[in-house]
Design a protein. Structure first.
Length: 448
């Protein structure tokens, strides 16, 4: 192809030169010169081709050598990778074996940190030492292994809590009063059980507040408040009596949540409860009135018993007046008149006793009525909501129990009052009968 191209070039030059040649010699000269020129060009091309061929051979040799080196390096790297992979597997096995006990310890530390944090947050000591659980909270959620210093801190928090549980400490902190206002007050803490301030018991409820002690809306009995005052005013080292809630506030919270008798009657007794209370009040007033009448009458009769002159202002005087007004009457007639007088005087003395009896019989029946009403309400709640939530049934059950209690509370005293008043009434009637029998006996002796 190269020779054909050279021949074409020479021919082209020859035709080009022949166009300017005047003679054949000039034309031949021109052709020779073109051939020589072309020969030189071909030689140069051949030389350049040879040089390039040699260069390509050198590059090829270098590339082959580089490929050989890289293949050797690849084999070396693969051998090194296999060696390192085997070494890594061995080290991983060793690490897992050595991390077994340490990993178990780490799990125990995380669990213990969470438990201790919850205990510290629930402890009343946190009112004096706030933010104690922040470190433990972070440790419980951490995924890295704790160091020795952190483990020592956990141990220190535990020991500090144990030590504080046996101390009585005074300190100043913010107290949330029952009306919601917050005040800086002096507080006396009894271990982890109770805290008092200004003679009032305080509560530390982490479910509601983790910042302040809360004053109980409803305080215990006055004697316990007096103990709290004595404790707060006691001198250092002085021993004073103090009531301690060993449940850490649960009993005090129950005091707040528990209902007073008036609230229980109002909320749980319902209309039936008010009816029972009305019956009880009316029966009590009737018993008091009847007791007053019987004691007043009994006093007059005892006074008459010491006098021989009949006073018609009392039952005994009116019975004795039967004889004094009829001194010449025969025994049979006198006996009949005395019996009539005793019957006439007995009726006012026994007035009201039968009604009191009716009231103490009706009271438990009303309580039973309230029980039935409460159970009906309970079964209605079961029908509507099932038995999943016992609080839904608590209202009806409470109504049933409260009305039963009210009925018994009313019936028992009325029964006792009725028995007492009945005995008093019988004693007065017996006094009339004894005096009547004595009058008849004296008259019989006179006529005999």
């Amino acid at each position: 192809m190269k020779m054909l191209a050279a021949l074409i070039t020479v021919v082209a030059m020859a035709f080009s030169a022949s166009a300017g040649a005047q003679t054949l010699e000039e034309l031949a000269e021109i052709v020779r010169q073109a051939a020589n020129t072309e020969g030189q060009i071909n030689q140069e091309r051949e030389a350049r081709f040879l040089r390039e061929r040699d260069n390509q051979r050198v590059l090829l040799a270098e590339a082959r050598a580089e490929m050989t080196r890289e293949e050797k390096r690849s084999d070396d790297l693969k051998s090194e990778y296999d060696r390192l992979e085997r070494e890594l597997a061995e080290l991983t096995t060793v690490l897992q074996e050595r991390m077994g006990n340490l990993g178990e310890l780490f799990g125990i530390v995380r669990q213990s940190s969470g438990d201790i944090q919850a205990a510290l947050n629930d402890s009343m000591v946190s009112a004096q030492r706030p933010a104690r659980g922040v470190f433990l909270s972070g440790l419980a959620q951490r995924k890295a292994l704790p160091n020795v210093q952190e483990l020592s801190t956990v141990w220190s928090r535990m020991v500090t809590e144990i030590a504080e549980s046996g101390r009585v400490v005074k300190f100043n902190t913010t107290v949330e009063r029952a009306n919601g206002a917050k005040e800086d007050m002096e507080v006396v803490r009894i271990g982890v059980f109770n805290a008092v301030s200004d003679g009032r018991f305080l509560d530390w409820d982490s479910a509601k507040s983790t910042e302040n002690l809360i004053e109980l809306a409803r305080q215990p009995a006055a004697r316990y408040k007096s103990m709290a005052n004595d404790l707060q005013n006691a001198a250092p080292g002085e021993a004073v009596a103090m009531a301690v809630d060993f449940t850490r506030g649960q009993i005090l919270r129950a005091v707040v949540q528990s209902k007073t008798p008036a609230e229980r009657i109002k909320e749980d007794g319902g209309p039936v409860g008010y009816v029972i209370i009305s019956v009880g009040i009316f029966g009590l007033l009737l018993c008091l009135w009847k007791a007053f009448v019987l004691y007043t009458t009994g006093g007059k009769m005892r006074k008459q018993f010491k006098s021989e002159t009949a006073n018609k202002g009392n039952p005994l005087g009116r019975v004795m007046a039967i004889y004094t007004d009829n001194p010449d009457i025969d025994i049979e007639t006198l006996e009949l008149k005395l019996d009539e007088a005793i019957l006439r005087e007995s009726a006012p003395l026994e007035t009201g006793l039968s009604f009191i009896k009716v009231l103490y019989v009706v009271a438990p029946l009303l309580g039973l009525l309230g029980t039935v009403v409460g159970m009906i309400a309970t079964f209605q709640m079961i029908t509507l909501f099932g038995t999943g939530d016992p609080r839904m049934m608590a209202g009806g059950i409470s109504t049933a129990l409260v009305t039963t209690v009210l009925g018994l509370v009313v019936a028992i005293p009325l029964t006792l009052f009725h028995a007492f008043l009945q005995g008093k009434c019988k004693a007065l009637i017996q006094m009339l009968e004894e005096q009547a029998a004595g009058i008849i006996a004296r008259l019989a002796e006179r006529h005999g």
